[in-house]
Design a protein around this ligand. Structure first.
Ligand code: ATP
Ligand code: MG
Length: 426
């Protein structure tokens, strides 16, 4: 069946769905294949649960006129998303970068939804399946779409841009994340810049943080809308006031007090303010949106437990975000304990990058540091204030909580370390 015909059926469906556990009546089910599963074998189940259609790519699973056989379900999902995107005729803002994509996406969504009906990526659905699903979640009512794009290797962003055809784009930063797949920092810059290449080639607009030299350099020949406080080329000026403990900024004489911690969130907030301003959201509404936004998913949250204050940032970690978090943490007052977990996906650089972070942490005004994970365990750390544990369970057994009071703790590590488990110890 042609994409156009599938799209006609899709328009009468509730939503695109790839998971029978979450099926809703009248969904269009896409039988994707994974390493350990074959969605085709769930097609029947999806229809029983109320799906209107099941898109499959193995003939033996054809059961009724509700099963639609295609060559490749994943490609059909992607092509349908692209077709739907073109059909909608709405502006789409794409976001990528090494750190801060989801936070920035949520902030932009909070701001733009003050004035428009927006549809944004749900959670972190930012890959070759998540981006199509995000596009397919947009409806005739959607006025602006906001799409997070993640990548861990070259050509991924190019491909996601070809599906989402963004009109606007923002790259949060070029940092040390997914070094393994990208081939080092230069590889990260090249890979993320695929979004710039797409936007420039298609005469679209790029949002630029004028304080970021790489962004400025890479968008010299582009149509840009820029923001910042250091560079006088900025279209919008946003000043950093302080980050104690939450980031505060000033924009058009308005003080905006966020509920986000970490200096690095100033960039994320600035992007949301600038994009809101670009789309003519009233200043007061921009302020309201930023002030009301509360992060979720272990992403830079402050948790008060007894007399202790815990900065929980256990959602992910890489050298850039780890450095940013430590630099912010050292400014906290009082007794400070850092619990740092391994950073994944660093390939050949893993040993050196963990050593760098270990050296940095030890050199800082932090009273006690606990390194958790095989990589940190392998580092050379000669400091009385630091302890190394090979695994979380060893840390759990070895960590003495008896005297932790009036202390600020930083908990940060890669997702796979699930360091939020440390919250149960105190
Ligand atoms: P993912 O790759 O998992 O999708 P992401 O890019 O969406 O991550 P967020 O989930 O928004 O990023 O933030 C993850 C962590 O990155 C934060 O908890 C914080 O430690 C760090 N971070 C956020 N924004 C920035 C930034 N602008 N610069 C550096 N680090 C940041
Ligand atoms: Mg994300």
């Amino acid at each position: 069946m042609e994409i156009k015909a599938i799209h006609r059926l899709f328009l009468n469906c509730n939503a695109a769905n790839t998971d029978t556990r979450k099926i809703k009546p009248n969904d269009m089910f896409f039988a994707l294949k994974g390493e350990n599963f074959n969605g085709n074998s769930y097609a029947e189940k999806a229809l029983e649960l109320g799906a209107a259609y099941a898109i499959i790519d193995e003939e033996e699973f054809l059961s009724s006129e509700k099963t639609i056989l295609v060559d490749n379900v994943l490609e059909t999902l992607q092509q349908l998303a692209s077709f739907h995107r073109a059909f909608l005729h709405i502006p789409i803002i794409a976001l990528t970068g090494s750190n801060g994509k989801t936070t920035t996406k949520e902030l932009i969504n909070a701001v733009l939804s003050q004035k428009f009906k927006t549809t944004a990526t749900i959670g972190n659905l930012n890959n070759h399946i998540g981006v199509p699903l995000t596009l397919l979640s947009m409806t005739k009512d959607t006025e602006i779409g906001i799409v997070e794009m993640g990548a861990n290797h070259q050509k991924e962003i190019e491909f996601l841009c070809s599906i989402a055809q963004p009109d606007y784009g923002y790259i949060t930063n070029f940092g040390k994340a997914h070094l393994e797949g990208f081939g080092g920092v230069d590889g990260v810059i090249k890979g993320k810049s695929e979004m710039y290449n797409y936007l420039i080639a298609n005469h679209k607009t790029i949002f630029v943080n004028a304080n970021d030299t790489i962004q400025v350099e890479k968008t010299k020949k582009a149509s840009i809308f820029s923001f910042g406080h250091l560079n006088d080329i900025s279209d919008v000026t946003i000043e950093f006031k302080n980050a104690q403990p939450f980031v505060k900024s000033t924009f058009n004489d308005l003080d905006i007090a966020s509920k986000l911690i970490g200096d690095y969130n100033f960039n994320n907030i600035s992007a949301a303010i600038a994009i809101g301003h670009y789309f003519k959201v009233e200043d007061q509404l921009i302020k309201k949106a930023i002030e009301n936004y509360i992060p979720s998913n272990n992403r830079s949250q402050i948790i008060e437990k007894g007399t202790n204050k815990i900065i929980l940032d256990a959602y992910n970690a890489n050298p850039t975000s780890m450095t940013a978090a430590l630099q912010n943490f050292k400014k906290q007052e009082g007794y400070k304990i850092a619990i740092l977990g391994d950073m994944f996906e660093l390939g050949n650089e893993a040993k050196q990058e963990h050593q760098n972070i270990a050296d940095l942490a030890v050199s800082m005004d932090i009273d006690s540091i606990f390194f958790v994970g095989e990589n940190f365990y392998g580092c050379n750390v000669n400091s009385e204030k630091a302890k190394q544990y090979k695994s979380f369970s060893e840390f759990e057994t070895g960590f003495n909580t008896s005297k932790i009071e009036n202390t600020t703790l930083l908990i940060k590590g890669s997702r796979g370390m699930a360091l939020e488990r440390a919250l149960n110890i105190f």
